[in-house]
Design a protein around this ligand. Structure first.
Ligand code: ADP
Length: 699
């Protein structure tokens, strides 16, 4: 808990500094060339560094870190399989973990105090039980040369390391090699229908059009990211890593998802994983090598490969603090590529997600350039530009083992002596995508660009926006077992009333069909526009209105919502928790859902709300703008109520417009409910667009 709280403080502290830095670059960015912009931005950044960033650097001089790590390495290098057993016992149920995982981004200060102790503890336990797995890779012995030569040799050695454990690989699935071949053979599916149509008699032709989807050429894709539902999820990224691969399988794709094997993955999934092999991998600039285990789980046509290394992934949460996260994700990015090599699976596309996997394209075009993987094209998707993986150059250079030349201002370098992992990935990826068209445009401006706007403008030609979908297996009003009453578009009006009444009862609210129930389901952070909500909630709360919030996050918001619950007993309910079931019930029982975000790359809550017949009230930004068409009272069209500027008065106005329609023209309101339910937010649309992109890249 202590860690969680200090983390929050760090985020808060750094925000004002970030904002001033942003403002400082606005004018410059509008009048200068991208190249100049980068330089200016670096100068601005150097003089106005966020406090959090300073703290991180001050606390973690690289020599200290290196020594700590060196100590940790030797002791833990032998462990793996043994600690794995113990950690399984400690694993907690999925939902609890999901709740813990909701923690915010890292904080550096406490790490310094905690780390040495953690390391010691582990070392004692693990030395006892010996490593069966690690003996295999003979290649361990390979001494890495001096930092600068490392890249060259590593490239050569890497495949060798993969060959070493061949004996262990006996289990290796023939299936994995298949995709490569299939890719070449593909067009068969496309041609078939045409031929048959010519030759076959008219009656037979009727039989074919079953498999339209499979007419698209086959492609193989490796998804690499730091989280994936239901194994581990902290936000939208986890949803995408789960749902998109599943949808791509239906678009004739072979998909392998590579994620870390965190200790917090629920035991029920850990048990199903199958050991596929292991090897030693050179990582650091001084040639230190690390164990890489591959555990596999096949589900719904998707192959999930978990990168196993207790030393990096044994923390309770996927993300802890930058001091640990930087080495962790340097390791992960390289290990993911090495695992593909080891499994002899060469995908057409390597699709990476967020800063944690951003070094993958960089590795591929440097240390892996001479491997068979080099034919693969890379895509880097930005799910949230706010998190970039920034640390000082010596540390990232050491942990990544990347050659010096990538630490230049066009690739990883930012400020005077910092490296930005996301920036490097954006430079080296063949294509950059983000999760909505509007956000793709916004991040090229200083306001939304998180200091990477100049870099993104420079790479604008390869930047696309593809909006997310929602998983219709999970979000289905007709079958959702968490709802009080299931419904579909034909009986939504009646059944939604029932869901509303039961929700009011469960939450201790006054049970009244005629109240206008507004829901808010969100991480409670400044990104989500909660300052606006706090400003106007008193004006919203009249005798006809109820307000239900579900979320966890910053103390300031958690406490203000607790206050409102107390102030408006029976009409405000603040659920300061992470609870999937409650979320489903609020989506079904509320009349409207509030999403007034400051920025929103895509946003899933407004999509789920519409799919559940709940009218969204949103700010016109990012994916919210792309998915919610404003209601037009003259034409009686649209899907929700919107406002543009980040302004509390405009939010209040949007809520009042919604209320007015609800109370004075229920017929039109109900029509909008049905219209929203009728919209298609399935992953199928998005998967088709991604597939198009894959085809375009590999044509
Ligand atoms: P972000 O990724 O920025 O957190 P998104 O709107 O993309 O926001 O995704 C949020 C997801 O997390 C949605 O599926 C939403 O239902 C879920 N969620 C957010 N907070 C909670 C909570 N407290 N309890 C249950 N589900 C939540």
């Amino acid at each position: 808990m202590a860690r969680k709280q200090t983390t929050k403080t760090a985020v808060k502290k750094s925000t004002p500094a970030k904002r001033t830095a942003k403002k400082a670059t606005v004018e410059a960015s509008l009048t200068t060339e991208p190249g100049e912009e980068i330089v200016k931005e670096e100068i601005a950044k150097e003089t106005e560094k966020p406090e959090g960033a300073d703290a991180v650097k001050a606390e973690a001089p690289e020599e200290k870190k290196t020594t700590k790590r060196a100590a940790a390495k030797k002791t833990t290098a032998i462990k793996k399989t043994t600690t794995r057993k113990t950690t399984r016992k400690k694993a907690e149920p999925a939902e609890k973990e999901a709740e813990e995982v909701k923690a915010e981004e890292p904080k550096a200060e406490e790490v310094k105090e905690e780390k040495p102790e953690e390391v010691k503890e582990e070392a004692v336990v693990e030395v006892k039980e010996e490593p069966v797995v690690e003996e295999a890779p003979v290649e361990e012995t390979k001494e890495e040369p001096a930092a600068e030569e490392a890249p060259v040799e590593e490239t050569k050695e890497e495949p060798a390391a993969e060959e070493a454990p061949v004996e262990e690989t006996k289990e290796e699935p023939a299936a994995e090699e298949a995709p490569v071949e299939e890719t070449k053979e593909e067009p068969a599916t496309e041609e078939a229908p045409a031929e048959e149509t010519k030759e076959a008699p008219a009656e037979e032709v009727k039989e074919e059009p079953k498999q339209e989807v499979y007419m698209s050429p086959r492609r193989s894709i490796a998804f690499i990211g730091s989280e994936c539902y239901p194994f581990v999820k902290t936000g939208g990224l986890g949803d995408v890593m789960y749902a998109l691969p599943k949808a791509l399988v239906k678009q004739n794709c072979d998909v392998k998802v590579i994620i870390p094997r965190y200790k917090c993955i629920p035991q029920k999934y850990q048990e199903k994983m199958v050991y596929k092999g292991s090897f030693q991998m050179n990582l650091c600039a001084d040639g230190r090598s690390y164990y890489v285990g591959i555990m596999e789980y096949v589900w719904d046509g998707v192959v999930y490969d978990f990168i196993d290394n207790e030393e990096f992934f044994s923390s309770g949460n996927p993300y802890t603090n930058l001091i640990d996260d930087i080495p962790k994700y340097c390791y992960f990015a390289k290990a993911a590529l090495a695992a593909l090599n080891y499994l002899n699976w060469v995908p057409d596309i390597i699709h990476c997600h967020d800063w944690q996997a951003a070094l993958v394209p960089v590795y591929l075009r440097t240390l892996f350039e001479n491997t068979k993987l080099t034919t693969a094209k890379t895509i880097l998707t930005i799910h949230n530009l706010r998190f970039q993986g920034i640390y000082n150059i010596p540390t990232i250079r050491y942990w990544s083992g990347l050659p010096d030349y990538v630490f230049n201002k066009d690739a990883l370098k930012v400020n005077y002596n910092d490296a930005n992992m996301l920036k490097g990935g954006l430079a080296y990826a063949n294509i950059i995508t983000t999760v909505s068209n509007t956000y793709a445009g916004e991040i090229q401006t200083a306001y939304y660009g998180e200091k990477l706007d100049a870099h993104l403008r420079h790479h604008w030609r390869k930047l696309r926006g593809i909006v997310n979908g929602i998983d219709y297996d999970i979000w289905n009003t007709s079958t959702d077992s968490r709802l009080y009453a299931n419904y579909d578009i034909t009986n939504v009006l009646e059944k939604k009333r029932e869901n509303k009444r039961k929700l009011q009862e469960e939450l201790g609210l006054v049970q009244d069909d005629h109240k206008f129930v507004i829901g808010l389901i969100s991480r409670l952070t400044d990104q989500k526009g909660l300052d606006l909500v706090n400003t106007i909630l008193r004006q919203v709360m009249d005798e006809h209105t109820q307000f239900v919030v579900l979320g966890t996050g910053d103390d300031v918001y958690e406490n203000s919502f607790r206050y409102y619950e107390n102030a408006y007993k029976g009409n405000v309910c603040s659920n300061i928790m992470y609870d999937e079931t409650r979320a489903h019930r609020i989506y079904a029982g509320a009349d409207a859902l509030l999403v007034p975000s400051q920025f929103e790359p895509c946003g899933l809550t407004q999509l789920i709300a519409m799919h559940y017949g709940t009218i969204p009230i949103v700010r016109e930004t990012g994916g919210l703008k792309d998915t919610v068409e404003p209601y037009n009272m003259f034409t009686n069209t649209g899907n929700g109520f919107t406002f543009d500027r980040y302004d509390a008065g405009l939010l209040l106005d949007a809520i009042n417009r919604a209320k007015t329609l609800f109370f004075t023209n229920r017929w039109c309101w109900d029509e909008m409910v049905q219209r929203d339910m009728d919209k298609n937010f399935s992953w199928e649309n998005s998967a088709k667009q991604y597939k198009e992109l894959y085809l375009e890249l590999t044509r």
